[in-house]
Ligand binder design. Sequence first.
Ligand code: GN1
Ligand code: MG
Length: 364
Amino acid sequence: MIQEQYVQILSHFPEVKNVSAIETLASGLINQTYKVITATKDTPDYILQCINHHIFQDVELLQHNIECVTKHIRKKLEAQEETEIDRKVLRFLETNTGKTYHFDGEYYWRVCAFIPESLTLEAVTPESAYLVGLKFGEFQAMLSDIPAQLGETIPDFHNMEFRIQQFREAVANDKVGRVATTQSIIEQIERDAEEMCIAERLHREGKLPKRICHCDTKVSNMLFDKDGNVLCVIDLDTVMPSFIFSDFGDFLRSAANTSKEDEPVLEKVNFNIEVFKPFAKGYITSAKSFLTPTEIELLPYAVTLFPYMQAVRFFLDYLNGDTYYRIDYPEHNYVRTLAQWKLYEDAKAHIPAMKAYIEELLKA
Ligand code: GN1
Ligand code: MG
C-alpha cells in the first residue's frame, strides 16, 4: 500500500516517478528509512529517509556536508574514468527548490537513488576486514583535498575532552543516585582520562590535523556486490572534521570485539587482533599517502580510545538516567559500560603487538 503522506513528500522530488510500492526498511536506529519501488524496470528505485533532527539538529549543515562529500567523490571517480559511478557513490535527489531535503513543517525528508544488487554484511571476515579498511582509507584519501568547509553535524562528537567534561558533570549531578554504587569504574575512568585526551592536546599544539572522516565506520555502513566486492560507503550523516582515529578506532571497536557491545559475561569480551591486522593493512595501504608519522604512530592508541570513549558515553548516560541510548533493561547502559571497559583493557594489552605489526607493514 502506498500511503498518501509519502506520495505527498515524494512529489517534491521531481525525478521520482511511477511509484508502485513503499516498504519500511528495518536497518538503522537513528533515521527512519523506506524503500521506494517504481513500476517500470528502467526507472530506478529510491531510498526515502526521515532525518532524526533531534540528533542532527542542523539539517541544513548536515545536507551541505553530504552534498559536498558525494559531489567531490563523484568528480574524483569521473577523473579516474571509473565505470558504474552510480554504484560507487550515493546520489541524492534535488527537490523542486534545488535542495536535497524537504521540510514538511514537522519532519525533514531526503531521497537517494537505490543501488541495485547491493548488500550489507553484519560481521567481518579477515578478507572483508581488509577490503573495508582499504575502502575507508580511500574514502578519507578522496576527501583529503575537498575544498569546501564542512561543519560538525554533532558538535564535539568524538572529542574526548568534551566527553570527560560531560562525565564529570554527570558524576557531580548524580541525577538518579547511581554514583555511590559505581565508584570503581568512576575511578578507573579518571585514572586514564588525561592519557586518553592526548589527541586534543596534540591538536592544540598544532601537531595533529583534523580531516574529513566518516565517524561511524562499521561493516554495515559499506555496500558490497554479490561477489563480495566493495561498492561504496553509506550512512554519511556523521561525516565531519575529526581525527583519523575516529574511522580506524571505531571500526575495530565493533569489528574486533569477540562478543557483543552489551555482553554481560566479560570473559567473552576480548580484542581480536586477527581482525585488526587485515583492517590495518587495508587502511594503511590506501591512507599512507596522506597520513603523518604522528597519525600512524598513534593508530594503536586510537584502537584503545574508542572503547574507552564508548564506555564513558554509555556510563554518563547511565548516570544521567538513560536518556540517549535505547535500553532494554534498567542496568543496560551499565552492562554496556563494563563490556566496553573490558574491551578497552584487552585492546591496551595488545598495543605492543599492534605496534610491531604496523612497523612490519611499513617496512614491506
Ligand atoms: C550510535 O545508532 P548507531 O549504532 O549508528 C552512536 C555511535 C555509538 C553507537 C554505539 C549518532 O550509533 O556514536 O558508537 O551508537 N551514534 C550517535 O552503539 O550517537
Ligand atoms: Mg549510524
